[in-house]
Write a protein that binds this ligand. Structure first.
Ligand code: GRF
Length: 203
């Protein structure tokens, strides 16, 4: 049986990417086919290297369309089924998503993890902003990606209450653990076929 082929797009340290790569290596029916970063020297590249996962840099450039085309070329070349965004600091255009989804019967197979209970606190610094607002709880959202900023349909949410006297640093550590748990749980559901995958088919 062919494995379900996943590409991870990430710009930063890559703790989510690392959790996903390790989980995939423990499952028979999925593989992280490659990790792609838009940032030269991003920590995620070293993590991929250490886990013997193929990795590419498609560096930021001024022409968004050209950049996205280079990413799409890799996704097509490796017949990628799912794209997992993990701290990828770029929005994907509608054109990009339509092209990728078109290779999967029009189904959306691009997902992202975000550290807030969306639609609250989209964008950057979500944990800090929630903390500074004095919220009693926040959480993690896994969602399908559309062209907006953290706006696509939600697939999973996990809540994370702030404990009495807890610091921002301590809460952030728990956030990242919860992200890793949520994202790897989703990966397992994909691997088990409980989240159906439309295979890559170029028309
Ligand atoms: C995570 O908090 C993720 O939810 C957000 O960016 C951060 C990336 O962290 N989108 P890492 O690079 O996976 O450690």
């Amino acid at each position: 049986m062919n494995k379900i082929r996943i590409a991870i797009l990430a710009s930063g340290t890559g703790s989510n990417a690392e959790a996903l790569m390790k989980k995939a290596q423990s499952l028979n029916s999925v593989e992280v086919t490659f990790v792609l970063s838009d940032k030269v020297g991003a920590g995620v590249l070293e993590k991929a290297q250490n886990l013997s996962v193929r990795h590419f840099v498609v560096a930021k450039q001024s022409d968004r369309r050209e950049h996205e085309q280079r990413v799409l070329n890799l996704l097509r070349e490796y017949r990628i089924d799912w794209v997992f965004l993990a701290g990828y600091m770029r929005l994907l255009s509608l054109e990009f998503l339509q092209t990728f989804n078109g290779w999967h019967g029009g189904n959306s197979q691009v997902v992202n993890i975000h550290p807030s209970l969306l639609p609250a606190y989209p964008g950057v610094d979500s944990i800090r902003r929630a903390f500074e607002d004095g919220v009693e709880e926040s959480g993690v959202t896994l969602h399908l990606v559309d062209e907006g900023m953290d706006t696509g349909p939600q697939l999973m949410q996990s809540r994370l209450p702030l404990e009495a006297g807890e610091s921002l640093a301590a809460w952030s550590v728990r956030f990242h653990k919860l992200e890793h748990q949520t994202y790897t749980q989703f990966l397992e559901l994909v691997a088990l076929g409980q989240i159906p995958t439309s295979p890559f088919e170029e028309t």
